[in-house]
Design a protein around this ligand. Structure first.
Ligand code: NAP
Length: 284
């Protein structure tokens, strides 16, 4: 298959690049803003005409959740309008589409892991734009939306790398303990997206993927600290009210991943195992 991957320099894109090395039977085309601005509809059409893809993993996104509250126009253009362009291009080429979305489409009032068909109700603008992107993708029968959460990787900027830096720099650190969800190693997400898009029984719909286990950010930080043995820093838990951010976050965003496991035989490992592997890869 010829597979275009948008967001090629991002966390998911970079992990997919590593995965692609093990799959020479597929022809991957990685693209990012430097060679294709996905908000340019003509550029998207030209890119698809040039590469004639069979499939697209659409990972490019405006992912700065707090900045999206201020830069609303650009966030909407990238996450919603550009996803519509990508979807139209997939339709024109009869290509499979996997669009990556977010747990932030939910309002966080749930108390059990969200199912894919649970009512969406984003509480921040990033979530609103991603939901509109989902709707654009799902106007195409050959599209799968994979919602994921709390993504980290050896690549890019993320919570794991930020915690490691701060725990080395600071004697004391506070992390919110009232936002509950599940981390996702982008390496595992890359394998999930690849498994879905190359699956012989590919069928459109919405699925959830994260590692397994339900924790809060403070617990995540504690495990990072323990794995790295950074005992000089005292890590404390605080409520979100003591760490105000421009964008509101859902207080509960754990997702039920059964449908992707059953439909696509995607394996889900524990967040602890995935974190350990990532930290080993980071050589911490
Ligand atoms: N990170 C998370 O915690 C998280 C959680 C839930 C869901 N997700 C979703 O998972 C997917 C992958 O996330 P990620 O963490 O890998 O994201 P990422 O590291 O932020 O990468 C996103 C990529 O998209 C590119 N991009 C942005 N605007 C573009 C444009 N106009 N044209 C072309 N490329 C553009 C970015 O390029 P620049 O660097 O040049 O801007 C970046 O390389 C995204 O769809 C995201 O919404 C992420």
């Amino acid at each position: 298959m010829k597979i275009i991957v948008t967001g090629g320099h991002g966390q998911l894109g970079s992990e997919t690049k590593d995965l692609a090395k093990q799959h020479p039977e597929h022809d991957f085309v990685f693209t990012d803003r430097d060679d294709l601005d996905i908000t340019d509809s003509d550029a998207v059409k030209d890119f698809f005409a040039k590469h004639q893809p069979h499939a697209v993993i659409h990972g490019a996104a405006y992912t700065a959740v707090d900045k999206a509250e201020l830069e609303k126009e650009v966030a909407y253009a990238v996450n919603a309008t550009a996803t519509e362009y990508i979807t139209q291009a997939c339709k024109a080429h009869n290509a499979r589409l996997v669009m990556i979305s977010t747990d932030y489409v939910f309002d966080g009032n749930g108390t059990e892991p969200y199912l894919p068909n649970h009512t969406t109700n984003p509480v921040n603008y990033y979530g609103y734009t991603k939901l509109h992107g989902e709707q654009a993708a799902l106007s195409y029968a050959n599209a799968v939306v994979i919602r994921t959460s709390w993504v980290y990787s050896v690549y890019g900027a993320n919570f794991v790398k930020t915690m490691l830096r701060l725990m080395k720099e600071k004697p004391q650190l506070n992390v919110v303990n009232d936002q509950v969800g599940c981390p996702t190693y982008a390496k595992d997400l890359a394998l999930a997206a690849f498994t879905v898009i190359t699956h012989p029984n590919f069928v459109g719909g919405v699925h959830h993927f994260s590692n397994s286990g339900i924790i809060n950010w403070f617990q995540f930080a504690q495990q990072i600290q323990a794995n790295a043995n950074l005992t000089n820093c005292v890590v404390g838990g605080i409520p979100s009210t003591q760490y105000p951010t421009p964008a509101k976050r859902p207080s509960y965003s754990a997702m039920n991943t059964e449908s992707i496991q059953q439909t696509y035989q995607v394996a889900v490992r524990s967040w602890q195992d995935a974190l350990q592997e990532c930290m080993q890869a980071l050589a911490v």
